[in-house]
Ligand binder design. Structure first.
Ligand SMILES: C[S@@+](CC[C@H](N)C(=O)[O-])C[C@H]1O[C@@H](n2cnc3c(N)ncnc32)[C@H](O)[C@@H]1O
Length: 270
């Protein structure tokens, strides 16, 4: 399964979820094939742009929360997509080590081009389903030295992971990290209506280019978290996310999001 997907993502004649996301967010790191897929999805679901924006706003907030409020000086982010100005590293204190990763080699190449030599910020090719590969890379071990108290981020990708892949990844992160580490986790795909024709269409389109999606209930999602402990706020709807300015949303937008659901997010600790 992992191997098949790896073969698919290096095929630049097929759209990739990272580059579709970039196009929807207004970026220029995408190909014609990505733009066509994105335009089709947008023609069916014009509100997708706002879902992607909401996802990115929360990511920026996570960077601030993990560093400025919770004091982590190492952030390790999986399935990062492109590290544009709305991502984690531009919004954290100088000196914070940020290790980004993505399994799409084209995203990695673009990402390195965007980052150039930004101090303390790194981008590696890695699969979120096998986080041990990133964590045990010699370059990563060298960057971290003996630092294992870290803030992990798994955002905008859980909808693409099967149950067993999610629980494997979360267990590997837990076992590797020092006590006191934190995980910002996106319960993506939770709360959607699987029978809504738009939802069916979205999942079918992604499956067609080799990126199948999986949705689950919040209870099921929590059950996959293993020994990670939810903080006292628990999972929060992205619509009510910390620091998110609700006035940016009209009532109509909130209800439009209903069938897809913006998902939930939480901080978990070891
Ligand atoms: C929707 S974007 C999310 C980007 C960012 N995390 C965010 O929340 O804004 C999804 C990204 O996940 C990447 N991706 C999907 N499955 C992955 C996997 N198994 N391992 C690593 N990256 C993956 C895609 O290449 C894409 O760049």
């Amino acid at each position: 399964m992992a191997k098949d997907n790896k073969e698919n993502i290096v095929d630049t004649t097929k759209p990739s979820s990272g580059r579709i996301y970039d196009y929807i967010l207004g970026g220029n790191h995408n190909f014609e094939v990505d733009r066509q897929a994105a335009d089709y999805l947008l023609s069916q679901m014009p509100f997708l742009t706002k879902i992607c924006l909401l996802q990115r706003w929360t990511l920026r907030d996570i960077g601030v929360e993990l560093t400025q409020r919770r004091g982590y000086d190492v952030i390790i982010d999986f399935a990062s997509g492109l590290p544009t100005s709305d991502h984690i590293h531009p919004n954290v204190p100088k000196g914070t080590t940020v290790i980004y990763s993505d399994f799409d080699p084209v995203v990695v190449e673009y990402a390195r081009d965007i980052l150039q030599n930004t101090p303390d910020v790194y981008f590696f090719e890695a699969d979120a389903r096998e986080p041990e590969e990133l964590l045990n890379r010699p370059e990563v071990l060298k960057i971290l030295g003996d630092r294992r108290k870290v803030g992990f981020v798994l955002w905008g990708v859980p909808v693409f992971l099967r149950d067993e892949e999610m629980s494997h990844s979360l267990r590997v992160l837990y076992d590797w990290a020092a006590p006191g580490s934190c995980l910002a986790l996106n319960a993506q795909g939770v709360g959607i209506d699987p029978n809504n024709p738009l939802v069916v269409e979205l999942f079918e389109t992604y499956a067609k280019f080799g990126q199948p999606g999986y949705h689950r209930t919040l209870e099921k999602f929590i059950g996959l978290c293993g020994d990670w402990r939810l903080d006292d706020k628990g999972f929060i709807s992205l619509l009510n996310w910390h620091g998110f300015d609700q006035s940016e949303l009209g009532q109509e937008e909130v209800s439009i999001w209903g069938p897809l659901g913006p998902g939930f997010g939480a901080y978990l600790t070891k």
